[in-house]
Design a protein around this ligand. Structure first.
Ligand SMILES: C[S@@+](CC[C@H](N)C(=O)[O-])C[C@H]1O[C@@H](n2cnc3c(N)ncnc32)[C@H](O)[C@@H]1O
Length: 234
């Protein structure tokens, strides 16, 4: 799925090995708690209501999508992985919710139709793109959300100096266990650092602001390996 240029990346090639692995997808909700209830509460504090439209990009198995759909007018769940989307669609069908639209697309190909969304939500997905393409993706997300709307972005983002990278990343990888069931293994964390594109907070934040968002809140956690942002579209 590309824009037709030979130089435009096909995002399925950087989707992450595990996100095309049916076994990983089937155990995802047990190993990863997306804190959807707390996230929904936060978005309600920021104005989400029964009239709101939300785009959840990199939606995965849809933990947040389903929570949000129970409280707003429409959620568009976007993901590049057909395996993740199959799991998400099954959950939407089982829930009986009729206000979820599922779109197979990526940050670089999703085309939003209709009025601009009130919220764009993305958790643990943007790191699949290298930095140049993160900047392009953020500018595209700015077109998806209306002025005054909110970008809620969580990701694995490194809040330290390159000189501290070896220590900090080894500390993080050491939190992983041996098993892939129920939690993240050391091998999975190593794979993230080695093969995916998490960047530094001090590179990502100027990209967010240059894209036309104003960062209202930034929270760093996990020993400097996670960051979550609330940003308003200017
Ligand atoms: C770690 S999961 C996060 C899922 C969910 N947001 C959550 O918080 O549980 C990362 C998701 O990003 C998706 N993804 C990877 N690259 C993507 C891209 N370029 N565009 C959209 N989604 C992408 C993967 O398929 C996967 O579903």
């Amino acid at each position: 799925m590309t824009k037709g240029y030979g130089w435009w990346p096909d995002e399925i090639t950087s989707v992450g090995r595990e996100n095309l692995d049916a076994d990983h997808v089937s155990r995802y909700d047990v190993k990863e708690n997306a804190h959807a209830t707390e996230e929904l509460r936060l978005l309600k504090e920021l104005g989400l209501n029964g009239h709101s439209e939300v785009v959840d990009i990199g939606a995965g198995t849809g933990q947040f999508t389903l929570a949000a759909a129970s409280a707003c007018a429409r959620v568009i769940a976007v993901d590049i992985s057909p395996v993740m989307l199959a799991a998400l669609k099954a959950k939407v069908s089982a829930s009986g919710l009729s206000n979820v639209e599922v779109v197979q697309a990526g940050f670089l190909t999703y085309e939003h139709r209709g009025r601009q969304a009130d919220f764009v939500y993305s958790r643990y997905a943007l790191h699949h793109l290298p930095d140049f393409w993160k900047a392009v993706a953020l500018q595209r997300l700015r077109q998806v959300v209306r002025p005054g709307g909110v970008l809620r972005l969580w990701d694995v983002v490194y809040n330290f100096d390159p000189s501290d990278a070896e220590d900090r990343l080894e500390q993080w990888c050491a939190t992983g266990g041996h098993e892939v069931e129920g939690d993240w293994s050391r091998a999975e964390l190593e794979e993230h650092v080695r093969d995916e594109h998490s960047t530094f907070t001090w590179l990502l934040e100027p990209m967010i602001e240059r894209s036309g968002f104003e960062i209202k809140d930034a929270v760093y956690s996990g020993g400097g390996v996670f960051a979550s942002y609330i940003a308003r579209a200017v």
